[in-house]
Design a protein around this ligand. Structure first.
Ligand code: CA
Length: 459
């Protein structure tokens, strides 16, 4: 063999190895399923220790993966959390700090078009992208899920919906806010008739998406509005939680049972497609339980939806990927903004042009990387009306009409003992960290409906 022959062989072998590597990388790319519950309490699912609400499918999902004890969302209420989830960035960086009113002519109240979304990035990497459920990122057609990266969409576009009556009102921009919960659902960009209980319909549609796209690599965002109000549920689900005395909590609990069934149907479709092990699944709630509205329980956490106490922002949180991540428990803080960074990393998708705040948490969950994924996590509502910082186990919490306090979550998960006077240096350091982060943010671009504040009319 001449030297030239040998070099040619080496080159061919190297090219083949590279191609094999590429194929392997493509084969190992997981499907990605992001399941979000709406206003689910920290203590209201079986895998979190709840005994009175049966959630067998979620419990099985939890056993197949990692239960993150310190899983957070980036906001204590609906729309801003979803904006952070879709962009992998703190939503206050781009002014999405409130819920958008349902105003189909409003060009401001929605996820700003300058932000890149997770489905847009995954689409670039060849993923089929689908969404089923609650959008809540703007009413104007420019904000529609199909305009923001989703190939397929089925669901409600506002902040909530009647669970039985889906077709009561034609869309009328003049009466927009009053009709948000009763306008027709959309399939892609078209209004669609629906007769099933809404949560059942979402299970049907999510399972159908999985079945329809087996053989492709897909991303599905399954965003329930359950168990958000209105408290409505078929009798069959109520029968499963007969032991709960309070009618309000019983109804809320039955809505969680319906959601668990819908998740079971989706996971069943995944199993049937043979892809259960090769699918990365996230599950969490978009904020803590609204205790006064639904009698949700966030025990042992303090506070509820809307608060920067743990009860508003720490949520049931599962990450499952049987092919890569061994089941177990993870106790360091992770956040919903990590979903994008994790998904683009494992999906071989490009990173967004703007810097991400989230990190790829898979190496932390597998033990390849040690330490906290985030040096600090931050929260801010109302342009600074409330805020919080977590660093290690210390948390600075400044609640509504309150003063900043310091808690050690490792000893005081219920945030009852203010340590600000006994640890003044730690307090000052966290305060400084908050101010530095706050300095990178902008003021809210729009106000929540019924907030009493005037919305901003121009950028
Ligand atoms: Ca919510």
């Amino acid at each position: 063999m001449t030297r030239g022959d040998m070099m040619a062989r080496v080159a061919v072998a190297a090219a083949l190895a590279m191609l094999a590597g590429l194929f392997r990388a493509a084969a190992e790319r997981p499907n990605i399923l992001v399941i979000v519950a709406d206003d689910l309490g920290y203590a209201d699912v079986g895998f979190q220790g709840c005994k009175e609400i049966p959630t067998p499918h979620l419990d099985r999902l939890a056993r197949s993966g990692i239960r993150c004890t310190d899983g957070y969302v980036s906001h204590p209420f609906c729309s801003p959390t979803r904006a952070g989830l879709m962009t992998g960035r703190y939503q206050q960086r781009f002014g999405h700090e409130n819920n958008p009113a349902w105003l189909p002519n409003d060009l401001i109240a929605g996820l700003p078009l300058g932000e890149t979304t997770l489905p847009q990035l995954l689409k670039e990497a060849g993923y089929v992208t689908g969404m089923v459920g609650k959008w809540h990122l703007g009413a104007h057609p420019q904000f529609h899920p199909c305009a923001r990266g989703f190939d397929e969409y089925f669901g409600l576009r506002g902040g909530g919906h009647d669970y039985f009556e889906h077709n009561l009102f034609k869309e009328d921009p003049e009466k927009a806010e009053a009709t948000e919960y009763k306008i027709p659902l959309h399939r892609n960009r078209e209004p669609v008739e629906e007769s099933e209980y809404l949560t059942d319909a979402f299970g049907r549609e999510a399972a159908a998406f999985v079945a329809r796209h087996q053989g492709e690599t897909w991303f599905l965002y399954l965003a329930f509005n359950a168990p958000h109000s209105p408290l409505q549920v078929p009798q069959a689900y109520l029968d499963r939680v007969k032991g709960i005395a309070s009618e309000k909590r019983r109804t809320y609990a039955a809505m969680i049972c319906a959601m668990d069934d819908a998740i079971g149907r989706t996971l069943g479709a995944m199993q049937a497609s043979g892809k259960e092990k090769d699918t990365l699944v996230f599950f969490f709630s978009d904020n803590g339980g609204p205790v006064a509205v639904t009698e949700a329980s966030n025990a042992p956490l303090r506070g509820a939806k809307g608060d920067v106490f743990e009860g508003g922002i720490r949520v049931p949180f599962i990450v499952s990927w049987p092919a890569r991540v061994k089941p177990g428990e993870y106790r360091r803080p992770v956040c919903s903004i990590d979903v994008l960074a994790t998904s683009v990393a494992v999906g071989g998708a490009p990173c967004p042009e703007k810097p991400m705040d989230g990190v790829n948490i898979v190496p932390f969950l597998t033990g390849e990387r040690e330490g906290d994924p985030h040096a600090r996590l931050f929260w801010r509502t109302g342009g600074g009306a409330t805020y919080a910082v977590r660093e290690g186990d210390l948390k600075l919490t400044c609640p509504k009409e309150g003063r900043p306090q310091l808690f050690d979550l490792s000893a005081d998960i219920g945030e009852t003992k203010d340590l600000s006077a006994s640890l003044p240096e730690k307090m000052a350091a966290l305060m400084e960290a908050y101010r530095a982060w706050d300095g990178e943010l902008i003021q809210p671009l729009f106000q929540s409906p019924r907030s009493g504040k005037k919305g901003k009319t121009k950028k």
